[in-house]
Design a protein. Structure first.
Length: 277
């Protein structure tokens, strides 16, 4: 897939932050203004950098758009993300990309779509949910299961509320535990609602994004429903450095997650099992 900023694969383009929202204690939403549209595919990522600090892969958290904007949710985990969390509107970030294989909407057209998001997994998944919602008539029944540990960690409450109002869309929000906080969703793991869902094996396509441990149990639940592995897509995050298939950091056997992934058809991940545990 082509990169918009491909004049030099390692040279970032500076992008101004136009909006910052605190989503949880650890996660902030960032909107950036670019010099040109990214023309990305759902599920792709960008390399985000701060000069003198470092660079990290971050998922694009908005649907494909011809607008020169980029939305992301960034969790404060280490050196770079701490610096980014201290930035203000008007500050600039370096951006390279978009990179990776992403989801192909052709695999989803005309199908019932099941999205399963665990925690921060809703950020990349939103880049697929947006175009599905925008072209609602091109898909069958849509179900989103979105789980997080506690109500304080819920992401995109505004979006899930809006999606829930779309005809033929079911949104199931869960927390592992309420932690004595107000909660109007369900309590349990993201696998809990799957046995009750009416999923037809011939017509259902599933897109999963969350921590590696989630995949194993969600796939077991989908196996019980008879959903073929060729109709399940998983978003695998590996440690990455270059993002362009050169450094080998993300390599598992013959696959480079930064180029062949991060989105894989589950039936094609047999040699990638170490990334799923
Ligand atoms: C394709 C892809 C998409 C990503 N999308 C997002 C996103 O949308 N939002 C977001 O907040 N983060 C995302 N990440 C993770 C992010 O790139 C890392 O957390 C990054 O290391 C943060 O940089 P840092 O310098 O702040 O932290 P570091 O100092 O590099 O690391 C902080 C901690 O996170 C661990 N870590 C680093 N990389 C990973 C990884 N890939 N998986 C698990 N643990 C890791 C380190 O071991 C360390 O404990 C993504 C990663 C990949 C590969
Ligand atoms: S991150 Fe360098 S090869 Fe994938």
């Amino acid at each position: 897939m082509s990169q918009v900023f491909d004049h030099n694969a390692y040279l970032p383009v500076m992008a101004r932050i136009t909006e910052i929202r605190e989503m949880t204690e650890r996660e902030k939403y960032f909107k950036l203004e670019l010099s040109q549209p990214l023309y990305h595919h759902p599920g792709q990522f960008v390399m985000v950098s701060v000069i003198g600090i470092g660079e990290a892969p971050i998922s694009i958290s908005c649907g494909p758009t011809a607008e020169p904007v980029l939305e992301m949710i960034i969790r404060k985990t280490g050196r770079l993300t701490k610096v980014i969390h201290n930035m203000k509107v008007g500050d600039a970030l370096g951006i390279r990309g978009p990179y990776g294989s992403g989801f192909n909407l052709d695999d989803f057209y005309g199908k019932d779509v099941l999205f399963v998001a665990g925690g921060l997994g809703l950020a990349p998944l939103r880049s697929l949910i947006d175009p599905v919602m925008a072209n609602r008539e091109r898909f069958g029944k849509i179900t989103l299961i979105s789980g997080c540990r506690t109500p304080a960690e819920e992401l995109y409450r505004d979006k899930t509320t809006a999606w829930q109002k779309v005809e033929g869309v079911e949104v199931i929000r869960l927390v592992d535990a309420t932690a004595n906080l107000r909660w109007d969703g369900e309590v349990g793991l993201v696998t809990a609602p799957i046995p009750q869902l009416d999923l037809q094996p011939e017509t259902t396509v599933a897109a999963l994004c969350g921590p590696p441990v989630m995949y194993k149990f969600v796939i077991m639940a989908l196996d019980a429903k008879g959903i073929p592995h060729s109709q399940i897509f998983v978003d695998l995050e590996r440690r990455m450095k270059c993002g362009v298939g050169k450094c080998g950091h993300c390599q598992i056997n013959a696959s480079y997650c930064c180029q062949d992934g991060p989105v894989f058809r589950y039936s094609e991940t047999m040699e990638l099992q170490e990334a799923l545990t």
